[in-house]
Ligand binder design. Structure first.
Ligand code: SF4
Length: 303
């Protein structure tokens, strides 16, 4: 039996898997994430959340391909790539791959040193840019990411601690498509981290269990720990915090986010929307790569 204190319920295997599918179906419907006929690109890291998301979308009969980014983070990247490829093969699904070191001439640890950013900042910037670019290049309507309720509550917690109005205005489960941006959706926001791990175990999905070595000590994990302590004492707090924000506070911050989008123009180097002279990803490539930008991403595709 899988006990979910937040729902004050316990599920057998079949009911639990049905519960996961129903939560994703409801989230997609309520937030109008995916329209009939849309092509979906799932950002797949090889971890439990993104592989579970891909599995759920395929089971719900969405046209969903995977996208795996090779980050060049040693054994972690080797193992996460193996899990992503193994899942694609098992389902006969298409996995688009972009290997950052091969394509752009740098890896995330090197980029962090070259740009004096923390690794997660260089990594997040690269992922945002390359997910979007791959979706636009591949003619996908939607990019789906495996952010779960724990992730979103922790990010919200951090944004509230800093009262970062721009981030709060964009912290929505769906960001609409716009000039130069594919639609971004987070269909797992009604499911928690433990539920995703249980889903993978019950469905036999082989995922990378080890955390990325760069995650150690990052603020996001600290926020998760703090919220877990609150959740232990008061089950349902995370969901109340996050969904309360969406219902009652998020609209108050959309003006700040809209203002930021109005200042966007295409990057002269790659065409991606940016508020700066050159986009942050092109700057990163220039600094981090020994040979400078190496042109359009080469992609390999597996059926
Ligand atoms: Fe990237 Fe940081 Fe996540 Fe590692 S922990 S995959 S460096 S964002």
């Amino acid at each position: 039996m899988i006990e979910l204190r937040r729902h004050n319920a316990a599920f057998c295997k079949d009911c639990f898997l049905r519960h996961c599918r129903e939560q994703v179906k409801r989230t997609i419907h309520d937030f109008r994430m995916i329209e009939p006929g849309n092509r979906v690109l799932v950002a797949v890291s090889g971890g439990k959340d993104s592989l579970a998301l891909w599995d759920l979308l395929l089971d719900l009969e969405y046209d969903a391909d995977g996208l795996y980014l090779g980050l060049g983070i040693g054994e972690y990247s080797d193992e996460s790539g193996r899990c992503a490829r193994a899942y694609a093969e098992r389902r006969g699904a298409k996995l688009v791959e972009v290997d950052i070191p091969t394509t752009y001439g740098f890896d995330i640890p090197g980029a962090a040193i070259a740009t004096k950013r923390v690794p997660c900042s260089a990594c997040g910037l690269s992922k945002r840019h390359l997910f979007n670019q791959a979706a636009l290049d591949g003619g996908y309507d939607v990019v789906a990411t495996g952010h779960n309720l724990d992730d979103e509550a922790a990010v919200l917690f951090g944004n509230v601690l800093r009262w970062d109005e721009g981030y709060l205005g964009r912290q929505l489960p769906v960001l609409p498509a716009d000039d130069g941006f594919a639609r971004k959706v987070k269909p797992l926001v009604r499911l928690g981290e433990r539920e995703m791990a249980a889903y993978c175990v019950l469905t036999g999905i082989d995922y990378i269990v080890e955390e990325c070595p760069n995650a150690v000590g990052n603020k996001h994990l600290g926020y998760k720990d703090a919220l877990n302590t609150i959740e232990d004492q008061s089950p349902g707090s995370k969901a109340a915090f996050y969904f309360g924000f969406l219902a009652r506070a998020a609209p108050k911050f959309t003006e700040a986010a809209v203002g930021e989008r109005e200042e966007l123009h295409p990057c002269p180097s790659c065409g991606a929307p940016t508020t700066a002279e050159v986009c942050a990803f092109c700057k990163l490539v220039n600094r981090a790569s020994s040979q400078g930008p190496s042109g359009p991403a080469e992609r390999t595709q597996r059926e």
